[in-house]
Design a binder for this molecule. Sequence first.
Ligand SMILES: CC(C)(COP(=O)(O)OP(=O)(O)OC[C@H]1O[C@@H](n2cnc3c(N)ncnc32)[C@H](O)[C@@H]1OP(=O)(O)O)[C@@H](O)C(=O)NCCC(=O)NCCS
Length: 120
Amino acid sequence: MSEFFIGTDIIEVIRINHSIKNYGKRFLNRIFTEPEQRYCNSCSQPSIHFAGRFAAKEAVKKALLTSGHFSSISLKEIEIDREQDGQPFLNYQQNKIEYCKISISHTSNYATAFALYLSK
Ligand SMILES: CC(C)(COP(=O)(O)OP(=O)(O)OC[C@H]1O[C@@H](n2cnc3c(N)ncnc32)[C@H](O)[C@@H]1OP(=O)(O)O)[C@@H](O)C(=O)NCCC(=O)NCCS
């Protein structure tokens, strides 16, 4: 029987903004893959999109760890990619994962995300 596991996260956009201002590329490279950085930096307010991806990574991490199938996961191994219509999906260790669904939402102040992991 398949089981499902959920994870959620919320973050203040200003926290991400501060990290980018204070630590720049060092912070970005520790957390975000090159394609993630390319997408966020192409947006008019990159911090909002970085915050959304950060929340999504934390939400995915919670869902995967809750399952007990993973012992440790780094945020960089979790890549939030985009379908052509903009909906987010997960690449884990560079492989597209169909059995984990993600939803992201943001305002100028907060970003939040939800993840659902369906295990076989
Ligand atoms: C998707 C949509 C509901 C987003 O709502 P919004 O209130 O503008 O924005 P939110 O802050 O709640 O969410 C933004 C996030 O939604 C996600 N998103 C974008 N397009 C999406 C889609 N088609 N489906 C699901 N999620 C989507 C993204 O993760 C985006 O964040 P990002 O740009 O940092 O990756 C809105 O843009 C929309 O209705 N788009 C039209 C999509 C559509 O009609 N597609 C038809 C199929 S082609």
